[in-house]
Write a new protein. Structure first.
Lengths: 202, 308
């Protein structure tokens, strides 16, 4: 009997975990996988804008191309790019382009993106766009901190920082800025980008 | 109502509250999307705290498998060797196992049924396999009709699949309500004196539940099928998703068996106490039926928000 009881505990836990995990979100499997990269552009007064690159998995890319590459040449013409912007990209503004940005600790609202473009490489579609974040962002101390990550709360789309060059920085000479990818050693949190900057050259 | 019914209802409500509390907490919090602080944005994923590293790990594994699967499918399409076919099959199978391990849909409905009714192990396994394959078949049918025959675009097919989902969820709710009513009246399988009369009713609703839940097209299967179709290799997509369905069946069966075991353990515990067995049985039956109804409602509400 004690042996049977020993089985009971893990079984119960497993079942409860199944229900809890299963019940928490109706549609929480990722179906779209995006590798994203960030280009943080600084001006003299701090952060000016962030350039975002989304590279879709091949399955999603095939869907996008099937719908928007009307001439089936495997490339995206300027007109096709406009159609993608209107028909696929624009709606992600509702979700703030899946971005969470924190400036000196405070969450920033995400304005409309500009300079959208799209391209295809090796069967994968890449979207490139810029989110202007032109707010005064240098603190009294002459520095600041920007934190950023992309994530879909519904988990339909799984964002992950790109394995190649996930973060790049452009800064004027009057500002020193450095960005890095912060990874949770326990693997419980999503990776995110952190930039520290201050007035003055190196 | 007799006293047993009240006890059953109290037990049912208590169990249901425990089971759905995280869901309620989540929906009150809402999606923690935009304003979430980056360092905490991992908590924007609607997953309980303890499951988070696991969920991220599953997502990462799925990302790897997804990339490998598309690459190997393309390679197979461009000049297939038997080895490449085996690789695709292996990955599709693993993808299915992992995909079904993520939170979501029908397996919850089916395991709730196993909680409500006595189910033989073999029947449970069969139900898990049938349910998984039905989901894939439903996806194949949807793509065949909409994309191949009616020439819908890929995104339109995904959009239309929500309608099929709604039908599936409505059926689940109907079955759940029907079972709840039956359970409250005391018709809940062989709880009482007529063990011979009850099983057919139980089995009939099991296959009803399996069919209703299996009607839901599986979005991952849809995406694989649409990918194959875009590469002019629909048959490859069909084969891949069927293998994936078998992989899903492994996980669904494991969770289903867990539910069957939980029911048996609870009943065994109750059997030791005189007079308890009746109302515990009734309580399980009410709980399972209410869970089916509740999950159906949650799924329908979620699908409704995705309907355009």
């Amino acid at each position: 009997m004690s042996l049977r009881r020993a089985w009971a505990v893990p079984l119960l836990l497993l079942a409860v975990a199944g229900w809890v995990g299963g019940g928490t979100d109706a549609d929480a499997h990722p179906h779209v996988f995006v590798d994203y990269a960030v280009l943080v552009r600084f001006g003299a007064d701090g952060v000016a804008s962030v350039g975002i690159t989304w590279t879709f998995d091949e399955f999603t890319s095939a869907l996008i191309l099937q719908q928007f590459d009307k001439d089936r040449d495997g490339k995206l013409s300027p007109d096709e790019v406009r159609q993608i912007e209107r028909g696929h990209f624009a709606e992600t503004h509702e979700s703030q382009y899946f971005l969470s940005v924190r400036l000196n600790g405070a969450p920033l609202p995400i304005p409309a993106a500009r300079d959208f473009t799209a391209r295809v490489e090796n069967g994968r579609v890449t979207y490139v766009f810029t989110v202007p974040l032109a707010v005064p962002s240098v603190t009294a101390g002459g520095g600041g901190r920007l934190e950023l990550l992309a994530g879909d709360p519904t988990a339909y789309t799984a964002f992950d920082l790109s394995p190649n060059a996930p973060v790049r920085v452009e800064a004027p000479r009057a500002l020193t800025a450095g960005c890095e990818v912060i990874r949770d050693p326990k693997g419980a949190l999503m990776d995110f980008v952190r930039c520290d900057y201050r007035r003055g050259s190196r | 109502m007799r006293r047993g019914s009240w006890r059953a209802m109290v037990l049912g409500t208590a169990l249901l509250t425990v089971a759905t509390a995280p869901v309620a907490a989540q929906s009150m919090r809402g999606p923690a999307g935009g304003g979430a602080a980056p360092a905490e944005a991992g908590s924007g994923l609607p997953v309980p705290e303890f499951a988070k590293p696991l969920m991220l790990a599953i997502t990462r594994a799925q990302r790897e498998l997804n990339a490998t699967l598309s690459r190997e499918m393309r390679a197979l399409r461009e000049g297939g060797s038997p080895r490449a076919a085996l690789v695709v099959a292996g990955i599709a199978f693993l993808y299915g196992v992992l995909h079904a391990a993520g939170p979501g849909h029908g397996k919850l409905v089916i395991s709730s049924f196993f909680l409500a009714r006595d189910t033989r192990i073999l029947t449970g396994l069969l139900a898990g396999v049938l349910f998984s394959l039905l989901q894939v078949l439903s996806s194949i049918a949807l793509v065949a009709v909409l994309a191949l025959a009616l020439e819908y675009g890929g995104f339109e097919v995904l959009g239309q699949s929500v309608r099929v989902e709604l039908v599936s969820y409505a059926l689940i709710i109907a079955i759940g309500v029907f079972m709840t009513a039956g359970a409250l009246r005391g018709h809940e399988g062989h709880a009482h004196a007529e063990p011979l009369a009850a099983p057919p009713r139980g089995r009939a609703s099991l296959w009803g539940v399996v069919t209703a839940a299996g009607l839901t097209p599986c979005a991952s299967a849809l995406i694989i099928l649409l990918f194959a179709w875009a590469q002019r290799a629909f048959a490859l997509g069909v084969a891949t998703t069927l293998v994936m369905g078998l992989g899903m069946a492994i996980t669904v069966c494991a969770i289903g068996l867990g539910a069957i075991a939980v029911r048996r353990l609870i009943l065994r515990g109750a059997a030791g106490r005189p007079g308890a067995l009746g109302w515990v049985r009734r309580g399980l039956s009410v709980t399972g039926a209410l869970l089916i109804t509740a999950v159906g409602c949650l799924l329908a509400a979620d699908a409704w928000t995705r309907l355009r």
